[in-house]
Design a protein around this ligand. Structure first.
Ligand code: GLA
Length: 356
């Protein structure tokens, strides 16, 4: 149901934000490292109006679920937690926010590692900024969105997803130094486009596994005497560490170096090789892949026209991204999906997109 049907009046503001797919630089952001995401065509749209009964009401059209906030000191669960967190943080920053009617509609797939939560947070903050004419910029929006995710949704995430949703577009990659937030728009390698396929495996262990990896990286940095693993540039320096910290740190160091290499305008072939190396490192050193992701990546890597492929996002399930020849994405994706589904899995093509 649309805004008018739910709240019996038209919205006063509307904003949207995209999901993202990360091309290179996985599990590097909470190590102060480098990432290279791009926006995907799927977006989340938030419409807003003021509520006259003194309560906030959040409605998700996709879930057909409405949450009313009766007590402002209790974080709701599910989709409402992200919205609630954003509004609370704006208030803590000193902004006066009236009670709101808020309507969400999204085409960003949930649970595929494409940052549906960042898209919801950024779209919410943009819509409130528009409604109240708030003096906050896109980087501040990303920072508030990350804080909402950490403090209200309970995920100790880095800043990649929110920066990508707030600042990236679908035509370029966004190189980001997550320590300094220095960023640069980077063109895709010439003659190439991306394919994203969901493995159909939900990211069940993502929460616990993610926080465990993060803790391992912090311990590795402490043992190496650096502020963060970003400060190590030569992977041989990680050899003094005990296992599994050695492999975890080696992934982060080599992954940062792969991102930095593509800043020097590499060919599509070389970019693809680096994606393949990234997947091997995530599988063997970082241990965040699962059999279905390895199967999908192997099929992609064997397919003519594919330069390289890897899992994308936190891992433990979710989607894979591939770099393929320009104009070949749709054909390659359906051919790969057919082979993948014959292995007993149920995947789905997300990019090139049909439903945005
Ligand atoms: C999730 C987190 C990001 C990042 C990736 C892994 O998407 O939200 O901050 O750590 O995993 O690269």
């Amino acid at each position: 149901m649309n805004f008018q049907k739910i709240f019996a009046k038209p919205p006063e503001a509307e904003a949207s934000a995209p999901g993202r797919v990360n091309l290179l630089g996985e599990h590097t952001d909470y190590n102060d490292g480098f990432v290279l995401p791009t926006a995907i065509p799927q977006r989340t749209t938030v419409q807003l109006g003021s509520s006259t009964d003194g309560q906030d009401h959040f409605y998700s059209e996709d879930l057909d679920e409405q949450v009313s906030i009766l007590e402002s000191n209790r974080t709701p669960s599910g989709f409402a937690s992200y919205i609630f967190g954003c509004i609370q943080l704006l208030q803590k920053e000193g902004h006066t926010i009236p009670s709101l009617n808020l309507h969400v509609k999204s085409t960003v797939p949930i649970g595929s590692g494409l940052s549906s939560s960042a898209a919801l947070e950024v779209a919410t903050l943009r819509a409130v900024r528009q409604l109240l004419n708030l003096p906050i910029n896109d980087v501040e929006i990303a920072q508030l969105a990350q804080q909402a995710e950490i403090h209200y949704a309970g995920v100790q995430c880095g800043i990649m997803d929110q920066m990508a949703s707030s600042l990236a577009d679908t035509e370029h990659m966004l190189f980001l130094d997550t320590r300094t937030l220095e960023r640069r728009v980077v063109p895709f390698p010439s003659g190439a486009e991306i394919v994203v396929i969901d493995s159909g495996v939900p990211r069940t262990l993502a929460g616990s596994g993610y926080n465990e990896r993060r803790a391992e990286c912090e311990e590795a940095a402490r043992l190496l005497g650096v502020k963060a693993l970003r400060d190590i540039t030569d992977s041989s320096a990680t050899e003094v560490l005990p296992e599994p910290l050695r492999r975890r740190a080696r992934h982060v160091v080599t992954e940062n170096n792969r991102v930095l290499e593509v800043l020097h305008q590499v060919s599509s072939q070389r970019f693809g090789e680096l994606m393949n190396a990234s997947h091997a490192s995530l599988r063997d050193d970082y241990e965040v892949s699962v059999p279905a992701l390895d199967t999908l990546v192997e099929i992609l890597q064997k397919t003519a026209g594919v330069f390289g492929a890897r899992l994308t996002g936190a891992g433990f399930g979710g989607a894979c991204v591939a770099l393929v020849g320009a104009g070949e994405g749709r054909g390659i994706a359906s051919n790969v999906l057919e082979q993948y589904n014959q292995t007993g899995n149920t995947g789905r093509i997300l990019v090139p997109a049909t439903d945005f």
